[in-house]
Design a binder for this molecule. Sequence first.
Ligand SMILES: Cc1cc2nc3c(=O)[nH]c(=O)nc-3n(C[C@H](O)[C@H](O)[C@H](O)COP(=O)(O)OP(=O)(O)OC[C@H]3O[C@@H](n4cnc5c(N)ncnc54)[C@H](O)[C@@H]3O)c2cc1C
Length: 274
Amino acid sequence: MIPAAFDYERAESVDHAIELLGSDEEAKILAGGHSLLPLMKLRLAQPSKLVDISRVDGLSEISDEADAMVIGALTRHHDVANSDVLQANCPIVAHTAGEIGDPAVRHVGTIGGSVAHADPASDLPTVLLALGATMVVRGPGGASREVGAGDFFKGLFEPDLAPDEVLVQIRVPRHTGGWSYLKFHRRAQDWALVGVAALAANGSGPTVALTNMGDRPLRASAVEHALGAGADPATAAQLAAEGTSPPSDAFGSAEYRRELSKVLVQRALEQAMA
Ligand SMILES: Cc1cc2nc3c(=O)[nH]c(=O)nc-3n(C[C@H](O)[C@H](O)[C@H](O)COP(=O)(O)OP(=O)(O)OC[C@H]3O[C@@H](n4cnc5c(N)ncnc54)[C@H](O)[C@@H]3O)c2cc1C
């Protein structure tokens, strides 16, 4: 289908983007456009204006700071996947970016777009939740705020972002211990029917998070508690679907996804803890 008519402005800076967003409450940011444009073609989104941030300087860098890896929101999935900094200091993020879609998607889609879109079927939000990443958001007047991944994903396509705010960075803690991201899909480039991120020891104990098992990325808290109480991965994994509400669609029923999550959680834990 053809999108509804819209205006287009190219932002020169983050503050310029915020100003443009503030002048039109129906305006939306355009980054890679790989999630927004399909929605516009289906007329599920009808922004009055697109504010294109794709050429804003300084939003596509990955740096190693004392307490975190800092990923600019405009960094393409391909560059996240191939980043030496991330491969050395937080390999689960680099690996997972390389699992997104196909090369064409990875060369255009951005980590910020993936996070801001807040699609529970997306891969990176689950990994960022497991890691306890922090989103850095800029708003009018240069005001900046930081939101933990656990609070940022508020519901289906519902990020903690005001209409005139821009996600500028994602801060990811260093994690070089055991990890796994497993994604079950029918074809190599497909979205996850279910995905599982497992970290062997992240702070207090193993961490497990789930893709496409509810209206947002979810921590598998029952699994984490069981592991903390001494259960082995196979036993703990039986609790993977507790507290979830997976969708049913043409690719699998909710019941199928619940069963699949148990299998994937066990495998992911075994890989992460090996
Ligand atoms: C064929 C295909 C296959 C795909 N497969 C997968 C997959 O397997 N796994 C997966 O996780 N994803 C997949 N994707 C999604 C892909 O990763 C997208 O690139 C990503 O979800 C959105 O990034 P984008 O830069 O294209 O964002 P856009 O489409 O430009 O924007 C998405 C939304 O985020 C907002 N936004 C973007 N950037 C910012 C910002 N910095 N601050 C505030 N708001 C912002 C926009 O206004 C819009 O609402 C696929 C997409 C396609 C087309």
